[in-house]
Write a protein that binds this ligand. Sequence first.
Ligand SMILES: CCCCCCCC/C=C\CCCCCCCC(=O)SCCNC(=O)CCNC(=O)[C@H](O)C(C)(C)COP(=O)(O)OP(=O)(O)OC[C@H]1O[C@@H](n2cnc3c(N)ncnc32)[C@H](O)[C@@H]1OP(=O)(O)O
Length: 203
Amino acid sequence: MTIDLQASARHCGVDGASAAARRVIAALVRAGDISTADMTDIADRLNAVADDLEATAPPLGDRLVDMWQGDGNTRHDPATGPENPIAPPLEYEGTADGGISADVTLDLPYQGPPSSVHGGVSALMLDHTLGVANGWAGVSGMTAELTLRYHRLTPLFEPVTVSARQVSVDGRKIRTVGAIRHDGRDCVTAEGLFIAKYPPRPR
Ligand SMILES: CCCCCCCC/C=C\CCCCCCCC(=O)SCCNC(=O)CCNC(=O)[C@H](O)C(C)(C)COP(=O)(O)OP(=O)(O)OC[C@H]1O[C@@H](n2cnc3c(N)ncnc32)[C@H](O)[C@@H]1OP(=O)(O)O
């Protein structure tokens, strides 16, 4: 059974609020302390929003069940989740080689070297993309090993393509490869070993 590639993003509800929070995160990192904004006032207003959210949040167990509805891709993960403000978010489509890919432009919250993507962020995007490529191919598992090679800097502010495809399934061992590319050149390549096992979803 393959999975839906895109968690259906909504422009209202928590997706809309998460998109707004994503803007706030990027705007804060762009502003820094050399902005003319009154950061004390901004902190007060953001804390007021957090107070509202915390006062009305469901019990954690209920939210975990809600997050893990269905058997396909998730809506809350830190790579694609439309309801997670720290997700870029990646939006996948299928590719002719049976894999998946997403075009994404990252901004300052994801910076490592100057004007370049942080290596850990690249690792996050590739781990998740290899995992979803497995789901797309029909046999998925948990990451046992992820080997990355950083060939050149991955730029911020310009579109890059994150892609992956499943290469083989040997018993419970799944091998998957992927890359982050810019302007047709590899910035980061990945090889993953996944083991066909998943902890049960909270129900
Ligand atoms: C997020 C969940 C979504 C679910 C949705 C499903 C639908 C798909 C849709 C959407 C995809 C979403 C995409 C998510 C992407 C993110 C993925 C992650 O972040 S996963 C979290 C990080 N990974 C861990 O935390 C694993 C922790 N490790 C473990 O739990 C175990 O070590 C595990 C499961 C990897 C293996 O444990 P054992 O007990 O089941 O199996 P044993 O018997 O140890 O190994 C089986 C075979 O594999 C080899 N093996 C195991 N680990 C190895 C390793 N690190 N290197 C080499 N070989 C290894 C062993 O030597 C053995 O080989 P021999 O059968 O004897 O030939």
